[in-house]
Design a binder for this molecule. Structure first.
Ligand SMILES: *Cc1c(COP(=O)(O)O)cnc(C)c1O
Length: 361
């Protein structure tokens, strides 16, 4: 037996070349980096959850099909009767399931650039080739570029976030549907930010046999539970179900999600407050000379600012954590992304930013 083992000899080179998804420590900070809902659940609902956990049979495996939860989700999210539902430990896991299922030798996964970084990362995990088609300068879809890339690469899967992260905008729905029609593979529309946008392609599912739609409860206020879902035709979902690990959604997640979804009005009211705060924060940012703020249909705002990396570091030093996107893609040069928080958090962020800008001039 050799007396030393070398991971570099064993692990695939594309994995060795990756850097791990970085989650910065945030203890004690104003945390506006991860698109979390800043509001806790009402105390009555938390008490109900406490009782559920008292009674939960945690010695048993959870319901592997999560039938009851799926039924609740179908009603709460208006999923068409004809569509099946696949549940994931967050929608990240669903992206991974789809990628694994599609990973024939040489198969490609396509998205736009800039997009949600997990599309690219998971493509690599699953041994798919990744193709990223740049958005236009205003972050709209470059439909001609997409159509020619589809013809050239014939991707097995296309992921499009609607609204897009990290840019915050909704793509033109007609352009997305043209991409669906032109695609030889499946197109997954990722509606993680649906609660903050007044648009959805859910009602198009019945029209397009290669369209799948993904949602998550994370941005709605349940990020800690880890529950994502995919709605689509049973021909797709029944195949993907084979890859889903049997107990991927634990009993606490099933019970709590079901209880909270009886009160979607609570979550949607919180989302409404966040939308109002988004408009206020946008006006404040847009009013700063050195800032270009981009309109958002999500619970965050992307903005461009002179010396972005310095501003990001100065904010962090003063206890405000946002996301630095400078250097991650040419279209994101000098761009930062701030999650819309509570009125107090947004105020603290804005005032601190304002102070930093007045100091550095
Ligand atoms: C945050 C985010 C997700 C991940 O959601 P989870 O359900 O928490 O895994 C998926 N897609 C996009 C575009 C996101 O921004």
């Amino acid at each position: 037996m050799p007396n030393s083992y070398d991971p570099d000899q064993l692990i695939r080179p594309e994995i060795l070349a990756l850097s791990a998804y970085h989650v910065p420590p945030a203890t004690g900070m104003v945390k506006l980096d991860a698109m979390e809902n800043p509001y806790p659940l009402p105390v009555e609902l938390r008490t109900e959850i406490a009782q559920l956990s008292v009674d939960a049979p945690v010695n048993r495996y959870p319901d592997a099909s999560a039938a009851s939860l799926k039924n609740t989700l179908r009603n709460a999210l208006d999923i068409p009767d004809e569509m099946d539902i696949l549940l994931g430990n967050g929608s990240d896991e669903i992206i991974q399931i789809i990628a694994m299922a599609a990973a024939k030798p040489g198969a490609k996964l396509m998205s736009v650039e800039p997009a949600f970084v997990m599309f690219r990362m998971i493509a690599t995990f699953a041994n798919l080739q990744y193709v990223g088609v740049p958005l236009k300068d205003d972050f709209s879809l470059d439909l001609d570029a997409m159509l020619s890339a589809i013809e050239q690469h014939k991707p097995a899967v296309i992921f499009l976030a609607y609204p897009n992260n990290p840019t915050g905008n909704l793509f033109d729905a007609q352009a997305v549907l043209k991409i669906v029609q032109a695609s030889p593979g499946v197109v997954v529309v990722d509606e993680a930010y649906h609660a903050f946008a007044d648009a959805s392609l859910m009602d198009q599912l019945t029209q397009y046999p290669n369209l799948l739609l993904m949602r998550t409860l994370s941005k709605l206020g349940l990020a800690g539970l880890r529950l994502g879902l995919l709605a689509g035709r049973s021909d797709w979902v029944s195949q993907l179900e084979k890859i889903r690990l049997p107990y991927n959604v634990g009993i606490m997640t099933q019970l709590i999600a079901e209880a909270v979804l009886q009160h979607t009005d609570v979550l949607l009211a919180q989302a409404d407050v966040i939308k109002t705060e988004r408009a206020k924060l946008y006006r404040l940012l847009a009013g700063l000379d050195s800032v270009t703020a981009f309109p958002s249909d999500a619970n965050f705002i992307l903005f461009r600012i002179d010396r972005a990396s310095e501003v990001f570091a100065a904010l962090k030093q003063r206890g405000i954590l946002i996301k630095n996107l400078d250097g991650t893609h040419p279209l994101l040069a000098n761009c930062l992304r701030v999650t819309v928080g509570t009125p107090e958090e947004n105020h603290q962020f804005y005032e601190t930013l304002h102070t930093i800008l007045s100091e550095t001039v």
